[in-house]
Design a protein around this ligand. Structure first.
Ligand SMILES: N[C@@H](CCC(=O)N[C@@H](CS)C(=O)NCC(=O)O)C(=O)O
Length: 218
């Protein structure tokens, strides 16, 4: 049986959405990202750096959401959501998975560090650094805007692993209305939200985000 360690506002909602979309049974252990749950020895035993998400499958523990998505599709996907290994389509899925995590999300993280209220951001932020980082992320977003169609998902009509990676940074940016100048990305995120499994995976995240928004107003 798979176990997913999940905390609201983290990349674990990628995995929650994937498992629910595929209707794969799993146990979910819920952590509070903003207290000491991640420091507990039982959690460090499966996630040595205390990062999320992590899954276990029997004695096997795996971190890194991209690796987790690939593992779940390989072992539980029954051929769904995939392209033939070695195909150009499979390479493009990888491209967008890496784009999500190593380009867009890096600059979004810098933005959060310097523009989100503590503890979501740093205790001693430099807001201009965050503003500059957001501008870089939005320049990267131009590439995705040029790639997306008027309907469907990143790889066309069907979902792929790339959508499960992109949902995390794009949804959180969409909540802050980053994509008013990127109408195709905006509509894409809205198509994700129309999927019941995705909408369900972000309910607890929405609650925490609303709390941070209230903090910002103070
Ligand atoms: N590339 C990793 C990033 C993991 C990551 O940064 N997770 C965040 C939550 S979204 C975390 O646990 N941060 C805590 C920390 O780095 O100590 C992935 O995709 O899983």
């Amino acid at each position: 049986m798979l176990t997913l360690y999940h905390a609201a506002t983290t990349r674990s909602f990628r995995i929650r959405w994937l498992l629910d979309e595929l209707a794969v049974p799993y146990e979910m252990k819920v952590l509070d990202f903003y207290n000491d749950d991640r420091d507990q020895p039982a959690f460090r035993a499966v996630s040595p750096m205390g990062s999320l998400p992590v899954i276990t499958d029997g004695d096997f523990a795996l971190i890194e959401s991209g690796a987790i998505i690939d593992y779940i599709l390989d072992h539980y996907g029954e051929g769904r959501l995939g392209f033939p290994p070695g195909s150009q389509e499979a390479a493009l899925v990888d491209q967008w998975m890496w784009w999500s995590e190593s380009l867009f999300a890096v600059y979004q993280r810098i933005y959060w560090d310097h523009c989100a209220p503590f503890p979501a951001g740093l205790e001693h932020p430099v807001p201009q650094i965050g503003i500059d980082a957001k501008a870089v992320a939005l320049r990267y977003a131009d590439m995705l805007e040029g790639h997306l169609g008027e309907d469907g998902f990143v790889m066309g009509a069907g979902l792929s692993a790339a959508d499960f990676m992109l949902c995390f940074p794009l949804y959180l940016a969409w909540l802050e209305q980053w994509f008013l100048g990127h109408p195709k990305i905006n509509a894409y995120v809205e198509r994700l939200l129309a999927r019941p499994a995705f909408a369900n995976a972000i309910v607890d995240t929405n609650e925490i985000v609303a709390q941070f928004e209230a903090l910002k107003q103070q």
